[in-house]
Design a binder for this molecule. Structure first.
Ligand SMILES: Cc1ncc(COP(=O)(O)O)c(C=O)c1O
Length: 438
């Protein structure tokens, strides 16, 4: 009788050849920046095309009914780890899978999933984890839409939350997790670091230790999830500090050209599996065209982020010396000896290129600066090739209550800046002429 295992194995379509999945060259370990050009894609499977084609199809043809059955076992979670083959474009696709493989390399994550937006990634993670009566513990502040999702949308479904300030000590975090435990099942510990828009860093190692102290270190622990949009993947890799899942708005630095909206989740296979099952069900995967755009963006990710980071340092040095500037909230200027500086040295490889400038005066002076900038565009978002500036108090955080704004330091004289890849001298010239008009 024929061996059914052997039969099954020979009919598995080989989407990629092993040579294109190698992370080494002999004994030499390859860098993610190099692997962005070819990892996970075999040109021989696509007519020799150097670049992956955009696979515009809603469904994929199975070679046999047995293949279809086995692939569906992966899709539905009957067998964890995802499908072994391509099935239907709400579940997977070649462009999305190559993108997931390449994204995972930056943080040496076991697995990755891509989504139609940062918010659909975050929402899918929560839908995978929470049920009525659960409590979410989170750092504060969070991106406004994430706060709305947790407080209002999940709140309507009987989920409550408790928060602690970004920068809290292990003891403070422990106290909040203990209160949450008394209130219900702690379903997730959700972090954002640096926080939007204050740039306050969260001590992920302290969160991991606080979770172990209150909830033990084995069994069904709530995952630590962290939004790494502002510093990842180049300047922060929180899986190494104890996070279980990392979420991204790929719309920002990873996409990097302000021309697409997408999101991602990275982590261990075990942590990703329930999220994949939920994504397969509700269809929050990104489309093939956006996935292809992101593959192109990844090829220059390190170049762009390094240039933006060095530009930001030069611009912040200039602004911090300017007589019309009260203070610059930049991670490169943290006081040595402070708790934030300690977290920075343990968790970050760079200060990023998004920071705040507090001009002397109030809203009028901040608006004058914004209205006089010429190269730096007045828009909300960050992480693109072009520099952007905005006014959180009057724009992204307009709906935040005044007392909460004061507590978070979102003052009327605060301008948020995201520096891009222009020539640094030109950026300084732009800030100099705009500040002269304030
Ligand atoms: C820190 C952070 N997380 C998540 C998001 C949401 O991402 P998206 O707009 O891609 O849904 C944003 C958007 O600004 C953000 O700044």
């Amino acid at each position: 009788m024929a061996d059914p295992t052997e039969n099954t194995m020979t009919s598995v379509p080989r989407k990629r050849a092993p040579a294109h999945q190698s992370t080494t060259l002999g004994n030499h370990k390859l860098h993610p920046s190099t692997m962005m050009m070819g990892y996970g894609f075999d040109p021989a499977l696509s007519e020799g095309s150097l670049k992956p084609p955009i696979f515009l199809t809603s469904t994929f043809v199975f070679e046999s009914a047995a293949d279809g059955k086995r692939f569906f076992e992966g899709i539905t979670g009957v067998r964890p780890g995802g499908a072994e083959g391509l099935v239907y474009s709400r579940f997977n696709g070649p462009d999305q899978e190559i993108l997931e493989d390449r994204l995972a390399l930056w943080e040496e994550a076991e697995d990755a999933l891509v989504f139609s937006s940062g918010m659909s990634a975050i929402a899918t993670v929560f839908f995978a984890l929470v049920r009525p009566g659960d409590v979410i513990v989170h750092s504060a502040p969070l991106y406004a839409a994430t706060e709305t999702l947790i407080g209002r949308i999940l709140g309507r479904m009987g989920v409550t939350f408790l928060d602690f300030p970004a920068g809290a000590t292990r003891e403070e975090i422990e106290a909040v997790i203990a209160r949450a435990k008394a209130q219900g099942r702690v379903a997730a510990i959700y972090l954002e670091s640096p926080a939007n828009p204050t740039n306050a860093l969260v001590d992920v190692e302290a969160v991991r230790d606080a979770r172990a102290a209150v909830l033990g270190d084995a069994g069904d622990l709530p995952p630590i999830i962290i939004d790494n949009t502002f510093l990842g993947p180049l300047w922060a890799q929180p899986l190494r500090n104890g996070a279980d899942l990392v979420v991204y708005s790929l719309t920002k630095y990873v996409g990097g050209h302000s021309d697409l909206v997408a999101g991602a989740v990275l982590g261990s296979k075990a942590a990703i599996n329930p999220v994949r099952m939920t994504r397969n069900t509700i269809g929050t995967i990104t489309d093939p065209h956006t996935a292809w755009m992101l593959l192109r963006s990844l090829e220059t990710l390190e170049l762009r982020m390094e240039r933006a980071g060095s530009n930001a340092k030069v611009v912040c040095d200039f602004l911090s010396e300017h007589p019309k500037v009260e203070r610059v909230g930049y991670l490169g200027f943290l006081d040595p000896g402070s708790r934030q500086h300690d977290i920075f040295t343990r968790h970050c490889a760079g200060a990023g290129s998004t920071f705040s400038v507090l001009v002397k005066g109030g809203e009028a002076e901040a608006f004058q600066l914004l209205d006089h900038l010429k190269l730096v565009k007045l828009a909300v978002s960050l992480g693109g090739t072009e520099s952007l500036a905005s006014h959180p108090a009057a724009m992204t955080h307009l709906s935040v209550a005044p007392a909460r704004k004061a507590e978070l330091g979102i003052t009327d004289n605060l301008v948020r800046v995201s520096i891009g890849v222009e020539h640094p001298d030109d950026l300084i010239a732009d800030f100099a002429q705009a500040l002269a008009a304030v």
